[in-house]
Design a binder for this molecule. Structure first.
Ligand SMILES: *Cc1c(COP(=O)(O)O)cnc(C)c1O
Length: 217
């Protein structure tokens, strides 16, 4: 399993950047992976995982949470508003707050359930029409509106365009977070987490480099 290797690479990247590796959370992205691979990571002591689909996460994490103490599950995929109740019940963090309709529903569930997942706002740093996320220049207004709903987002998340150098996107996200006084940066995946750490990532989302390729068949 690639978990130890990825941890070593995170430590080395943090070192090169003059950062403390303890300030970087490795989210092991377990979506679509066979149970045995995820259980191997749990047995090895890893506790922070990322999922993209509410239904898939509902099918496995309630049971694994009982068996392994201290598990944290982060929602990193697009979230439909009608899944807000389940998402607030299930997840410790949601990285994909990207629109007012979702903010409104999440705020209602957080109040009803008395449970508040950590929130990241997804930013569409590449201004891609097909991609989710708040546009950079809409971020201040969106943050204000979240505050009015009683939400307290702690960070920003981005998925850079596939065919571009991710570094300018990581820099933009970092600058936006600094301007808004947000502390957390969810950026970097299997192909680019070391670059993201150099640019200040506090949360890297690594799937295939840990678990192997996903089989969607
Ligand atoms: C699937 C996914 C990842 C993990 O991707 P890998 O390339 O397998 O590391 C990270 N972030 C998001 C938002 C994803 O959907």
């Amino acid at each position: 399993m690639g978990l130890d290797d990825i941890k070593r690479r995170i430590a080395a990247a943090a070192d090169r950047a003059g950062r403390n590796a303890d300030d970087i959370t490795l989210i092991a992205v377990s979506k679509v992976q066979p149970d045995d691979r995820v259980l191997a990571a749990l047995d090895a002591g890893h506790r922070v995982f990322g999922e993209n689909y509410v239904q898939e996460a509902q099918g496995k994490w309630p049971d694994w949470r009982e068996r392994f103490e201290g598990v944290k599950v982060h929602m990193i995929g697009p979230l439909q508003s009608n899944k807000s109740r389940a998402a607030v019940e299930l997840f410790d963090a949601i990285h994909t707050l990207d629109r007012m309709s979702l903010a409104t529903k999440l705020a209602r569930q957080i109040e009803e359930q008395g449970r508040a997942p950590q929130l990241f706002i997804q930013v569409n740093t590449g201004d891609e029409p097909q991609k989710a996320g708040v546009l950079a220049d809409e971020l201040p207004g969106f943050l204000k509106a979240c505050g009015d709903l009683g939400l307290n987002p702690e960070g920003l998340m981005c998925i850079p365009p596939e065919d571009e150098d991710p570094v300018p996107h990581f820099r933009l996200l970092r600058r936006l977070a600094a301007d808004a006084d947000l502390k957390l940066l969810s950026m970097g995946m299997s192909a680019d987490f070391e670059d993201a750490i150099a640019e200040g990532a506090t949360h890297v989302r690594v799937g295939s480099a840990i678990f192997g390729a996903r089989d969607y068949g």
